[in-house]
Design a protein around this ligand. Structure first.
Ligand SMILES: Cc1cc2nc3c(=O)[nH]c(=O)nc-3n(C[C@H](O)[C@H](O)[C@H](O)COP(=O)(O)O)c2cc1C
Length: 231
């Protein structure tokens, strides 16, 4: 499988979320060899969309001449597009949002109703593309936290998609938390294996992965300096 990972964390390789993404990709590679390319979005020159719609009227050519040309080409050449990003204000970090806005040239001005909402009709062929969102966050709760980002992702990337969320994700880069993060990353790896083998992940496994790794009150107390991490 040709996999393009858009790493939306400005922390590049030090990203908490990328710990989850790497475990997922390791699982996929255990099942079969994969062709993986990771783009650190923060390092790319991506102008903001200027909202002119020229791309929709000019058959897919954007007025900006920057790194998006190559990125769009790579998206269209992939089987799986993974958006790996930390939750920022219930959404995605701004550099990744700028990239997502700039995928406008992939669709035309024409709109069609899909389910309960409208989407633009494609002017490029991305019918074979599958989408995945892998998202970490700093609060301990998944509910009342990830929903806006999940909805934004699913509305933006219509088509077969999978969502992996893990709360309390700063713990992935905390060596003292390895007793709880290692088993969680094992589950993520299992999910990667399942996905590579069958194209889907058991819902029960996804729900387990989305649980807090330690009780939320304990996590909040540690973050607030009220208890020591090993207490
Ligand atoms: C600007 C900003 C906004 C954030 N907004 C949220 C939020 O809405 N919900 C949340 O749980 N965590 C939020 N966080 C915490 C990050 O999601 C968390 O630190 C995450 O582990 C960072 O992941 P990364 O290392 O992959 O960048 C925010 C952090 C920053 C810097």
């Amino acid at each position: 499988m040709k996999i393009l990972v858009l790493n939306g964390s400005p922390k590049r390789d030090k990203s908490d979320t990328m710990c989850i993404t790497r475990a997922f990709l390791d699982g996929m590679q255990e099942a079969a060899a994969q062709d993986i390319h990771v783009i650190n979005v923060i390092d790319k020159h991506i102008e903001y969309c200027s909202g002119c719609f020229a791309c929709k009227l000019n058959g897919g050519t954007c007025i900006h001449d920057d790194d998006m040309k190559d990125i769009l080409r790579e998206i269209l050449d992939s089987d799986l597009l993974i958006l790996s990003f930390p939750l920022y204000c219930y959404s995605m970090p701004a550099p990744l949002k700028a990239l997502v806005d700039r995928t406008m040239p992939l669709s035309s001005m024409a709109m069609q109703k899909t389910g309960e909402h409208y989407e633009h009709v494609g002017q490029a062929d991305f019918s074979r593309l599958k989408y995945m969102m892998i998202c970490g966050c700093g609060f301990p709760n998944a509910a009342h936290n990830f929903e806006p980002a999940v909805m934004q992702f699913q509305y933006t990337f219509c088509g077969p998609s999978t969502v992996i969320t893990v709360p309390e994700s700063p713990m992935f880069n905390a060596p003292e938390a390895v007793s709880v993060t290692a088993p969680r990353l094992e589950k993520v790896k299992t999910a990667g294996r399942e996905y590579a083998e069958s194209g889907k992940i058991d819902q029960a496994l996804l729900s387990e992965i989305a649980l807090p790794m330690i009780p939320e009150e304990v996590y909040a107390a540690i973050v607030n300096g009220e208890v020591k991490p090993d207490a």
